[in-house]
Design a protein. Structure first.
Length: 166
C-alpha cells in the first residue's frame, strides 16, 4: 500500500539510554501531538496521516520501542490504521449491542406490563367464576324453593278441586 504522508517524518523510536531500578520507573503519561500541533477532538487519524503518526508515536511506550524501531513509517501507519479500524468496528458492535440492550429492556417492560394485565384479567375471571358459581347456587336454591312451593300449590289446587267436586 502506497503511503501518502511525507517520508521525511522522523519517528524517533530509539531506546532510552537510562535504565531504571525495578519498581522505580517514572510514570509514562502520553499526550498526542502531530507536526501540526496538539491533536484535538476535531482531528481524525483516519483522514490525516500526520495525526495518525502523532497518535501512534504517543501511544508507543518505551517497552515497545525496540519492536517498533525495525518498522518503517508506512508499516506503523498501516498497523495503527488497522488497530483504529478494529477499534471503530468494536465500538460499532458495542453501540449495536447497547441499542439491542435498550430494545430488550423496552420489550421486557412491555412484557411485564402485559403480564400484569394478564394477571389482572385472570383475577377478574376468577372473580366472575366465583360470582357465577354463587349465583348458580342461589338460583338452584330458589329453584328448589319454587319447586317446593309449586308442589304445595299443586297439592292445594288438587285438594280444593276435589273439595269443589264433592
Amino acid at each position: 500500500m502506497a503511503s501518502s504522508f511525507p517520508s521525511s517524518l522522523n519517528l524517533n523510536l530509539a531506546l532510552p539510554t537510562q535504565t531504571w531500578a525495578q519498581g522505580v520507573a517514572p510514570i509514562w503519561a502520553p499526550y498526542f501531538a502531530s507536526l501540526g500541533g496538539p491533536v484535538t477532538v476535531n482531528n481524525s487519524i483516519l483522514l490525516d496521516n500526520e495525526v495518525a503518526i502523532g497518535v501512534a508515536r504517543s501511544l508507543v511506550t518505551p517497552r515497545y520501542v525496540r519492536v517498533l524501531a525495525s518498522k518503517d513509517d508506512s508499516q506503523l501507519l498501516n498497523e495503527v490504521m488497522a488497530s483504529v479500524q478494529t477499534a471503530a468496528s468494536i465500538a460499532s458492535v458495542g453501540r449495536r449491542l447497547i441499542s439491542k440492550t435498550h430494545e430488550v429492556q423496552f420489550l421486557r417492560a412491555q412484557l411485564v406490563a402485559e403480564q400484569n394485565l394478564v394477571d389482572e384479567y385472570q383475577r377478574e375471571n376468577n372473580r366472575f367464576k366465583k360470582e357465577r358459581t354463587r349465583m348458580a347456587e342461589e338460583n338452584r336454591r330458589q329453584f328448589h324453593l319454587l319447586q317446593e312451593e309449586n308442589e304445595k300449590l299443586s297439592k292445594m289446587v288438587a285438594f280444593y278441586s276435589k273439595e269443589m267436586q264433592k
